[in-house]
Design a protein around this ligand. Structure first.
Ligand code: OAD
Length: 254
């Protein structure tokens, strides 16, 4: 098992394209709280108590207040050098991205580098904080405004079926969009190199993606300040942060 940036660069440079997989640690240095670290709490609730369909059915106001807070936190954050390095690699056709993050920072970085064709090179496995979708039918739309949580009656309704609109994210106990997941698995099956950044690698099915790359003979480089269950299996494990290491590993030669 190697631990050097040089080996990480080599594992990736030797491949025609790289599959980048990111988790909450990717955005930590932008100021977005991670799930399993400290600082992710809001009014003493744990995410697992609020990010569920049952919580929304029981108290949609409370859940929307939490999502308003999460949207505000994220809108005050900016993508960092790691996001921009990935975005430039996507724009150059060198990278595809599968993210578990719902914060939109990858998308913003890609827009800022003027990346075209980015949408078909990014899969947001867990949805987006900036989408609303109907709690009953298939309606969804992009939305960045604060939701009016003055009373249950002020919450947004579906223009098609009048049921409540909910955040466009995947909640605990829900299945992922099967089309998105199928595409992510297909990318993993065909990837000869994969860079995994800032995920605890414990939440399925996202955790299976780098494992699928390995099973198909690809190399996996893990970037994380801490060890994870993936560290045992990865080809190269580099301990450090996303903003520091992603530019060194994936950036163009200086
Ligand atoms: P976690 O919060 O579980 O893990 C964050 C990981 O990032 C940890 O392994 C940290 O060591 C690492 N980390 C922290 N700071 C970092 C930095 N600056 N650079 C690089 N890595 C750093 O986040 P995820 O693995 O993304 O799902 O969590 C997966 C899913 O769990 C989330 O998408 C969410 C949650 O349940 C849903 O909401 C469906």
């Amino acid at each position: 098992m190697s631990h050097t940036v040089g080996d990480a660069r080599e594992a990736i440079a030797g491949s025609a394209g790289v599959l980048v997989c990111t988790g909450a640690g990717m955005s930590a240095e932008s100021g977005v709280p991670t799930f399993r670290g400290t600082g992710g709490l809001w009014r003493n609730f744990r995410p697992e108590e609020l990010a569920t369909r049952a919580a929304f059915d029981r108290d949609p106001l409370l859940v929307w207040e939490w999502y308003n807070w999460r949207r505000r936190v994220v809108l005050e954050c900016d993508p960092h050098s790691g996001h921009f390095t990935i975005a430039r690699a996507q724009a150059a056709g060198r990278a595809r991205l599968v993210t578990q993050n719902v914060d939109g920072l990858h998308e913003r970085a890609l827009e800022e580098v003027g990346g075209s064709g980015g949408a078909d090179r990014t899969l947001a496995l867990h949805g987006s904080l900036f989408r609303l979708r109907c709690s009953r039918c298939d309606y969804s739309r992009r939305d960045e405004e604060s939701i009016d949580t003055t009373s249950p009656g002020s919450l947004p309704e579906c223009p098609e079926c009048r049921h409540l609109l909910r955040p466009g994210v995947v909640w605990y106990g829900e299945t992922l969009d099967q089309e998105v997941l199928g595409k992510a698995f297909a990318w993993a099956t065909n990837a000869s190199a994969c860079l995994v950044v800032g995920t605890s690698a414990v939440v399925e099915p996202a955790a299976s993606i780098p494992r699928l790359v390995l099973q198909n003979g690809g190399a996996v480089v893990e970037v994380n300040p801490e060890r994870t269950p993936l560290s045992e299996l990865a080809t190269v494990v580099v301990h450090g942060t996303a903003a520091e290491l992603v530019p060194e590993i994936l950036g163009e030669e200086p």
